[in-house]
Design a protein around this ligand. Structure first.
Ligand code: CP3
Length: 338
């Protein structure tokens, strides 16, 4: 596919900076809330026509340059038989405590456990003119939900396992890593043009624990994606102290949160990597003039060299006024025209 987003991932020159937003499908959109009022979240992800429609909604309204599959990082976990509820964040009543609890994850088979998600991607690639981004959770971030059992401010239980039972923690990360790599491969086979790995919580790890425990598993995931022939994006929320490590993972694009200016991130990353980001999502709840000014600031920090995909520094806030998203998309187009 000869396309702005994929070109930018490969650090090729583009006529304007491509833009998409993390969590661009969802509750800030009235057309999403309308469907959501009739179906629970998990059912929506498991009904290919609905999931494809929800993926399509922001593209139709705002004209982003890429679509992200409507699913969740817990989709393969729920698919393989672990009981996951959304309330609204994920809740797992039987968290992982011992090696035997990993059996469902080790038995993950995408065709068997997430057929609806793969069908959603097939529908999307037939309907959309922009690339579809497949995604998965990073091993540590998924372990946070699987071991702690629900959202938490510090995911202490998961990090305690790193130190009390390091061998078990490594097995947990390995099992998740193999599942996510298989899931990514199945999404690409169904038509996804790129894969993003979301590491929302890895900013909690010390550089040493990140390097020793998670990085080897991430490297295996990115090696697998490289072999599939599509670009990979690694998003780490709170990446400042880990940029040196991110450069060694073998991903094509670094997703940068809003706390690190993109010129600083570029200087710390290998020049073979593209960058994605990184407007503070909260700016979208400010005035249109502030949004324009802050978008220009992100574009200026990204600089003139190829390899920037415009995005937020984290997922869009649910109270974002939709018209402000249009201001962002239009400003990126106008201000980055070459
Ligand atoms: O538009 C998109 O980006 C595609 C869909 C998508 C969802 N979740 C749908 C969703 C993606 C890429 C995700 C990733 C995800 N899920 C992450 C990583 C990115 C991030 O935001 O940090 C994480 C940590 C999760 C776990 C999760 N799922 C949480 C914490 C929550 C609840 C709170 C919230 O932010 O909405 C969910 C539920 C969820 N996943 C919703 C959606 C649209 C809300 C469900 C609803 O309608 O009630």
């Amino acid at each position: 596919m000869d396309d702005l987003f994929l070109k930018a991932c490969r650090r090729e020159p583009v006529e304007h900076t491509p833009v998409w937003l993390m969590r661009q499908a969802g509750r800030y959109l009235p057309e999403y809330r309308e469907l959501r009022a009739q179906h629970d979240f998990l059912s929506m992800t498991r009904e290919p026509d609905l999931a494809a429609e929800v993926t399509h909604q922001p593209i139709r309204r705002f004209g982003m340059d890429a679509a992200i599959l409507f699913a969740d990082i817990l989709t393969p976990v729920a698919g393989c038989g672990i009981d996951v509820k959304f309330n609204p964040g994920p809740v797992i009543d039987d968290p992982i405590r011992k090696e035997e609890d990993l059996a469902p994850i080790r038995a993950f088979d995408a065709a068997k456990h997430v057929p609806e998600t793969l069908q959603t991607i097939r529908l999307l690639t037939a309907r959309l003119r922009v690339p579809v981004i497949g995604f998965g959770g990073a091993p540590f971030t998924l372990a946070c939900y699987l071991v702690d059992g629900a959202g938490s401010k510090d995911f202490a239980r998961t990090r305690i396992m790193f130190h009390q039972e390091p061998e078990l923690a490594k097995k947990v990360l390995d099992a998740i890593g193999d599942m996510v790599a298989d899931y990514a491969a199945a999404q690409v086979a169904a038509g996804a043009s790129a894969v993003q790995i979301f590491d929302t919580w890895a900013g909690l790890l010390s550089p040493r624990d990140f390097a020793e425990m998670e990085a080897p598993v991430l490297r295996r995931i990115f090696d697998r994606i490289r072999d599939l022939g599509v670009p990979s994006i690694y998003y780490l929320n709170g990446c400042a102290a880990l940029l040196g490590e991110i450069g060694k993972l073998g991903a094509d694009v670094a997703g940068v949160d809003w706390r690190v200016p993109l010129d600083v991130a570029r200087a710390a990353l290998p020049d073979t990597m593209a960058v994605q980001g990184n407007l503070d999502p909260i700016v979208l709840l400010g005035s249109p003039d502030t949004i324009r000014e802050r978008v220009r600031e992100v574009l200026a920090a990204a600089g003139d060299q190829p390899g920037h995909i415009f995005n937020l520094g984290h997922g869009i806030h649910k109270d974002t006024p939709p018209e402000n998203v249009q201001v962002l998309v239009d400003t990126v187009r106008e201000e980055s025209h070459r």
